[in-house]
Write a protein of this length. Structure first.
Length: 119
């Protein structure tokens, strides 16, 4: 009985998606659909992984999804409301990390880091 429970716990603990790319391709892109064509109010970069902020936000979404999927009651709702909508709103914002990119012309040089004076 304990071995069966341990095996079930291991299966639940193992991530559904083994890479961020798999998660974006299988969850974000097909399920978070928005109009991102040129001239639209939302921006997306086909090379999203080339943007540090996008990579980190999408990685956070993946980790939150893997954790919250284990809650059969409100996990999905919490993930959509508190995680996906927040981070995707920031990423797709016209002033966000994809501001110079577009789906037709692709990736453009990323924005420079915020300026900072050394103390």
């Amino acid at each position: 009985m304990q071995k069966a429970q341990a095996a079930a716990d291991d299966a639940e603990a193992a991530p559904v998606y083994t890479t961020l790319l798999d998660f974006v391709d299988e969850v974000i892109r097909p399920h978070y659909r928005r109009e991102v064509s040129e001239g639209n109010q939302k921006k997306w970069c086909p090379q999203w992984w080339a943007h540090g902020e996008a990579y980190r936000r999408l990685d956070a979404l993946w980790r939150a999804w893997e954790h919250l999927r284990k809650d059969p009651n409100t996990g999905a709702s919490v993930w959509w409301k508190d995680h996906a909508d927040h981070h995707m709103g920031m990423l797709l914002d016209p002033q966000g990390p994809f501001s110079a990119c577009g789906v037709r012309h692709g990736h453009k040089t990323t924005l420079p880091p915020l300026p900072a004076d050394q103390p």
